[in-house]
Write a protein that binds this ligand. Structure first.
Ligand code: SF4
Ligand code: SF4
Length: 444
């Protein structure tokens, strides 16, 4: 059964650009000779390396962990020899410590990798431990450790789980294909999350521009109690977790608040499918589905890729560049992270590798604001982007804070609709950074 027609106030309708890959089945990527595995692929404390240079490792072996609660274990995605542990650029946008492993091409699986048993028989604590040990993080791009998200403080009672299959970012189709091809894993993962937070009600929220995914998931849920599909209007940023909560439950997460403040936990559908696979096979997070696409990619694909595989290897498997690239992005065009090199690895949060040609990557020169009000009209958070941006450009960050700049979810919708091509999101980001830095300095 599905519940239909949910949405939120504001938002935009950018072109989807999904046709290139939405009908392409997920292919296994070519096996990499070398992987570069960052010890920080998540929000939280970086991991310490558990291996040394020259050591032999196996697939699924834990190679990094941290004692901090907000962190996520890291595992080897190949078997082979650790060649170095060094600072490298990561596609997450930072230089981080990475374990570089040369594959022996045998893909010998570590002895620790064992199926976790029937999800219906596992306890809540067992599920949470499995998630923590497997290094599961939000795979929609955010990279928040899942075991932390599923361990709210005692005073926050959770009664709804939402699985985010909106995939509202243009170009990306990885989650769409996951729902079509890995529905069984999604169901196991959804049961596991329900158990971890002890709730009865779970929605798998899918935009209605994916009718085939809605059909497949509804079929997979036919004999499953307490999990149903919620059909969403197609609109950007429908997949933002606060917009999603509002659309599905009608609840409003307060300014500065978290989903748990209104009794909800949201997880991306790719994360949930990975969790299903972890329970079925015992294999921690060592692979993920990535959409490789854009106007400068010769043969766009949805690929199942080992974590640590370099973008350059993935692009080569897709036939290379069809023309000179203008912009390379980890993720989608609206919220992805621009890269200045292809010598960066696929990480747990890499939902897409998007390569735009020079023409598509060109940013027009900004003109004066004509006070049309479009940016205010569409802001899904009800902000006044033109004012926050102006205050930021005048270095009046305290005043920008008064206009709730920190509530901006950086969806880019305001920049997208602005007829004067004002770089609103860039200046709002600066304001947010300065406000946070001032708060740290003043201890507020
Ligand atoms: S101000 Fe922030 S939240 Fe509002 S439209 Fe712009 S980027 Fe999105
Ligand atoms: S959309 Fe652009 S031109 Fe219109 S009010 Fe906002 S900043 Fe000004």
């Amino acid at each position: 059964m599905s519940t239909k027609g949910f949405t939120f106030k504001g938002g935009i309708h950018p072109p989807h650009y999904k046709k290139q890959t939405e009908h392409l089945e997920i292919e296994n990527a070519k096996e990499p000779n070398v992987v570069v595995i960052p010890l920080q692929q998540h929000i939280g404390a970086p991991c310490d390396a558990l291996v040394t240079v020259g050591q032999t490792v196996k697939v699924g072996q834990k190679i990094g962990e941290s004692k901090a609660f907000v962190s996520a274990n890291v595992h080897s995605s190949v078997s082979g020899i650790v060649k170095s542990i060094e600072m490298r650029n990561s596609s997450g946008g930072m230089k981080v410590n990475c374990v570089v492993i040369e594959s022996d091409e045998k893909f010998t699986v570590d002895e620790s990798v064992k199926p976790k048993g029937d999800i219906d028989k596992l306890t809540k604590d067992e599920v949470l431990l499995i998630i923590k040990e497997a290094g599961l993080t939000g795979m929609g791009g955010a990279g928040f450790p899942t075991h932390v998200k599923l361990s709210p403080p005692k005073d926050k009672e959770i009664d709804v789980v939402i699985i985010n299959g909106a995939e509202c970012e243009p170009f990306l189709t990885a989650d769409h294909r996951i729902m079509l091809e890995k529905a069984e894993d999604v169901v196991i993962g959804a049961k596991a999350v329900k158990k971890a937070v002890n709730v009865e009600k779970c929605f798998i929220a899918i935009e209605k521009n994916k009718p085939d995914a809605i059909e497949v998931m509804e079929k997979a849920l036919e004999n499953v109690e307490g999990i149903e599909v919620a059909e969403l209007e197609t609109k950007y940023p429908q997949g933002d977790e606060k917009r999603l909560i509002n659309a599905v439950t009608g609840r409003v997460v307060p300014s500065g608040g978290l989903p748990m403040d209104v009794g909800v936990v949201v997880n991306n559908v790719g994360t949930i499918a990975t969790l299903g696979n972890i329970i079925k096979t015992g294999m921690p997070v060592v692979q993920r589905v990535v959409t490789v696409t854009g106007s400068a990619i010769k043969n766009p694909k949805n690929l199942y890729i080992r974590i640590g595989t370099l973008f350059s290897d993935v692009i080569e498997q897709c036939g290379g560049f069809s023309e000179e690239p203008g912009k390379i992005i980890n993720g989608g065009p609206m919220m992805g992270i621009a890269q200045f090199t292809t010598d960066v690895p696929v990480i747990k949060g890499t939902s897409g590798i998007l390569v735009l040609n020079k023409k598509d990557a060109t940013i027009e020169e900004p003109q004066n604001c004509i006070r049309c009000g479009k940016c205010v009209e569409i802001c899904p958070v009800n902000l006044q982007p033109l004012i926050i941006s102006k205050l930021s450009l005048l270095n009046k960050f305290d005043e920008a804070e008064g206009y709730h700049a920190l509530d901006c979810i950086e969806c880019g919708s305001c920049s997208f609709v602005c007829p004067s091509k004002r770089r609103l999101i860039e200046s709002i980001r600066v304001a947010k950074r300065e406000i946070v830095s001032n708060r740290r300095k003043t201890g507020k």
